[in-house]
Design a protein around this ligand. Structure first.
Ligand SMILES: Nc1ncnc2c1ncn2[C@@H]1O[C@H](COP(=O)(O)OP(=O)(O)OP(=O)(O)O)[C@@H](O)[C@H]1O
Length: 229
């Protein structure tokens, strides 16, 4: 069974002037373990599609299934719980909590998931070690570089054991060394934990690592390419 399946998904924003058809009939299947980039020009609908795949926004028309769950069938509080337990997020702006340490940031989602303390500590240690931040667990985010903060964000996302991780332009604020390190890390984590990653990106280096590239234009998928790497 696919991890994500969209059926005839449309999203129209009803602005005060003309309605904007941001996503225009997307039928898509994402399988477990994919490392997939969604690419396309600015305004083509990448973020809108990702927001729907992650249940942050609902389609105007059509259905999104995460395994057996139709997101449309969930109440808003069920949707919050569903996201918490199934989906990891990595944002362009890292979004770590400034007053918490690296360790506490990594623990945070697991805390909301009510993962027992001992298990939280075990995962924090393992993942911060795996992303190369094991010696900076007590630092605050502001004491880390952008690339290091984004690695913490990846550890935080993985710690919650999500079915998939949604990353919207995760390398947009990183220099080229940090970008390649982060990509290498995400590719390793994808292989090690078989966690599915879905990126929206303009970054050629992300595309070069992706094993599937979906090209979107005017809210439609124009190309769906697979790569052996
Ligand atoms: N909340 C909103 N209200 C109205 N229109 C919106 C809203 N969000 C997005 N749009 C419009 O929907 C279209 C798709 O936007 P979206 O942000 O999904 O594109 P994108 O491919 O992610 O762009 P970028 O690469 O610049 O981030 C654009 O025309 C945008 O102006």
């Amino acid at each position: 069974m696919s991890i994500i399946e969209t059926k005839g998904v449309y999203k129209t924003y009803n602005t005060t002037k003309v309605p904007v058809n941001a996503v225009n009939g997307v039928d898509l299947k994402i399988e477990e373990g994919e490392f997939t980039a969604i690419v396309g020009p600015s305004g083509s609908g990448k973020t809108t599609l990702l927001n729907m795949l992650s249940g942050l926004d609902l389609p105007t028309r059509g259905d999104i299934f995460i395994e057996n769950t139709n997101l449309k069938g969930l109440s808003s509080s069920q949707l919050i719980d569903f996201r918490l337990n199934n989906i990891g997020f990595v944002f362009q702006a890292y979004n770590l909590i400034p007053v918490l340490t690296v360790k506490e940031n990594t623990e945070f989602i697991m805390f909301l998931q009510k993962v027992p303390k001992r298990e939280r500590q075990k995962r924090v240690k393992e993942l911060l070690g795996a992303v190369g931040i094991g010696d900076k667990m007590d630092y605050k985010p502001s004491q880390l570089s952008g690339g290091q903060q984004q690695r913490v964000a990846v550890a935080r996302a993985l710690a919650s054991r999500p079915k998939y991780i949604i990353a919207d332009e995760p390398t947009a604020n990183l220099d080229s060394v940090s970008t390649s390190e982060l990509l290498e890390l995400m590719a390793q984590m994808n292989k090690k934990y078989n966690t599915t990653f879905i990126f929206a990106t303009h970054d050629q280096r992300v595309m070069d690592k992706a094993r599937r590239i979906l090209t979107i234009e005017d809210g439609k998928i124009l190309k769906d390419e697979q790569f052996d790497r």
